[in-house]
Each structure stands twice: as C-alpha cells, then as structure tokens.
Design a protein around this ligand. Structure first.
Ligand code: UFG
Length: 342
C-alpha cells in the first residue's frame, strides 16, 4: 500500500524539493503550510514536475486543533517536519515568535504523533547548532557552542526534545538532519528559493543583483582568517538535500535506524568563500555581479564545513552536485522567476 507522508512546510524551499523526491519514490504526500514564507503556486510547480498535485492544508501547526483534525482525517505513516521560522536576524528582534513557531509546533506534532500512532519523524536541523566550532571539519560529535541567536537555540532545543522523546517513548523514532548552507533549484527551474522582500542570504542576493533587481551585493567582511578574507561555508544543492530526506525516511520506515534518535550532517564537505561563490557564479553563467566590501555582519561565523562521513557511511547518501551545478541552477531559476508576478 502507498505510504502517506505529512510534509510540514512543504511549499517552502527545501520542503518543495523534498516533496518532488518523495512523489518520485512512490509516496503519497500531504502538505501542511501556513504560507507565511511561501506561495501556493509552488504546488503547480510540483505538479508540473511530478504529474501529481499533493493534497494541501493551510494552517500553522501551532494550531493544535487543526493539526489533530488533519491527522485524524489522513492516515499518516511518517512526518517530515520543515515548517519553522528561519531568519537569524529576525529571531533576535522577535524571539518569542521563534520559540513559539519552532518549538510549540514541534511539541504539537509529537503529541499528535503519539495520539494517532505515527512513529517516524525527519526533523530539519542546522549546522547553526555548532556555532563557530574549534575544529574543522565539523563531525556530529563536535560539541554545540552556546547559540548565537534564538533561531539557533530553537534548533538545539528541538534536537534535545527529540532525543528525550525517543528515550521516553520507544515507539517514536526520529532523525535530525543538520543542513549546512542549502542553495540551488530544481533543474526544471519550476521550483526554487522564493525569498520574500530583500534577501538575507547570499545566493538569492547574488542572483537578484545579476538580474538587475538590486544595485550591488555587500560582502560582509574581508578580514576573516580565510584564504581570501571572506567567510567560508559548505554550500549544498537542495536536490541533494531533498534526496537525503528520502533516504532518512526510508531508514525510519524500514526500522533500520540504530537509535530512536539519530542525527546527521548534510553538506558536501567542501568550504567555499563568499568570493569563490561570486567568481564561480560569474564564470559559469557569464554574468557580472556588482559587489562592494562592507563591515562584518553581526553574528556571522568565520568558517564552517562538514565532515559527512556518518551520512555517507550510515545513510549511504552522498552529495552529488557541486558548486557549479548549484550556481547554474539558481541563475536558471532567477531568469524563470523574472517573468513571474509572485
Ligand atoms: N553574505 C554576504 N552578503 C550577503 C549575504 C550573505 O556577504 O548579502 C555572506 C555571509 O556573511 C556569510 C555567507 O555569505 O558569510 C553566507 O550567508 P547566508 O546568509 O547565505 O548563510 P548563513 O551561513 O549566514 O546562514 C545559513 C542559513 C541559516 C543557518 C545558518 C547556519 O541561512 O538558516 O546558515 O550557519 F542557520
């Protein structure tokens, strides 16, 4: 029988790409999203790629009653939980929004899972849980530093909640995936990242500048202790990331997980500086990006990249796409979006 997966945040950036992979793998997908940071048109993109329009519920999962009604109506086999607020700066100015949106929602889901006998969850975590680590690359054993922002703290607490819940309720299994920097877009250019307003993140800022929608990109600091002075990150293609969710889900559904709560780094293992990214983008797409160097951005870390051995060996997953693929796909997506009204 077809297994039914609830994808919270399924119209978002990573959620939409994961939905595509799940449908390809033969799952039925039910999406819950409050559309606070995504657009309903994303469902059309998913349908165009897969031939299937997932069932869609619009609500915030902090709304316990709507969540319970949804789980009562659908026979869900597992949950992939993306729905969360994710802007680091906004979390500093509006911490309660972040603690509520990211943690009340998680607890509601776990309650609902217990009530309706759903035993499996894949959870979106982030490399932000590590802060600026003392040693690179970062393994899953690297200790967490004190969180720099409420956003980062919600991911640390979220992981703790899952760990404790797995101990208390052995029937509830979960895998947290610690994403490094997700970028890229589906090769069809029918889905991709849809920042609302001025982008906070590097890649959408680059593509919008190259497209002439922004005058100039600001590089936040060129005096870091890195080869060219700009900050280093491990960028990972969203399609590779989406596939990792399908693998983690399969592991849970098969009961192949070794612990009730597991966690994996998802990156490529390669660190690129901001200037590496800009120059590669210009070269592979033959476009120019205007930029200037400005002060460091508060809260930014100097460099981080993943050791992905655990995901490679335990999950049997490896990132296949490189920086050039990521940057070609985002330019294709930007050009596709230029003609759209949403
Ligand atoms: N950057 C610029 N100019 C910009 C935007 C970003 O120079 O206009 C730089 C940043 O300073 C940083 C790099 O580009 O060095 C990447 O910045 P992003 O904002 O794209 O990504 P971050 O690494 O800051 O944040 C990402 C996710 C967060 C997550 C964090 C974990 O967006 O959700 O990784 O480290 F928490």
């Amino acid at each position: 029988m077809t297994q039914k997966i609830l994808v919270t945040g399924g119209t978002g950036f990573i959620g939409s790409h994961t939905t595509v992979e799940l449908i390809k793998d033969g799952y039925e997908v039910v999406i819950v999203d409050d559309l606070s940071n995504s657009k309903i048109e994303v469902l059309d993109g998913i349908q165009e790629i897969t031939g299937v329009k997932p069932q869609f519920y619009q609500f915030n999962i902090c709304d316990e009653r709507k969540l319970m009604d949804c789980l009562k109506a659908e026979q869900i086999d597992a949950i992939i939980h993306f729905a969360a607020s994710k802007a680091v700066g906004e979390s500093v100015s509006n911490p309660l929004l972040y603690y509520r949106n990211n943690l009340v929602s998680l607890m509601n889901l776990l309650d609902a899972m217990r009530q309706f006998g759903v035993g499996h969850m894949v959870f979106s975590s982030s490399c932000t849980v590590y802060g600026q680590p003392d040693q690179l690359p970062v393994t899953e054993d690297t200790p967490f530093q004190k969180a720099e922002s409420p956003y980062g703290h919600t991911k640390q607490i979220g992981e703790d909640i899952l760990r404790h819940v797995a101990t208390a309720y052995p029937e509830l299994n979960s895998i947290a995936l610690r994403y490094f920097n997700p970028v890229g877009a589906h090769e069809s250019a029918l889905i991709g990242e849809l920042p609302i307003g001025v982008p906070n993140n590097l890649i959408p800022y680059i593509t919008q500048t190259a497209a002439g929608l922004r005058d100039e990109l600001s590089i936040f600091g060129d005096d870091y202790d890195t080869p060219d002075g700009t900050a280093v990150r491990d960028y990972i293609h969203v399609v590779d990331l989406a596939k990792a969710h399908a693998v983690a889900l399969d592991r849970l559904l098969k009961g192949a997980n070794k612990e009730g709560y597991e966690f994996f780094n998802l990156g490529t293992g390669k660190g690129y500086s901001v200037l590496d990214v800009i120059k590669t983008f210009e070269r592979v797409n033959k476009v120019k990006v205007n930029y200037k160097i400005v002060e460091r951005r508060d809260g930014d870390i100097e460099k981080i990249y993943a050791n992905t051995d655990l995901a490679n060996n335990e999950l049997g997953w490896k990132a296949e796409l490189g920086l050039e693929d990521m940057l070609k796909s985002v330019w294709k997506w930007q050009k596709h979006m230029n003609g759209k009204s949403y």
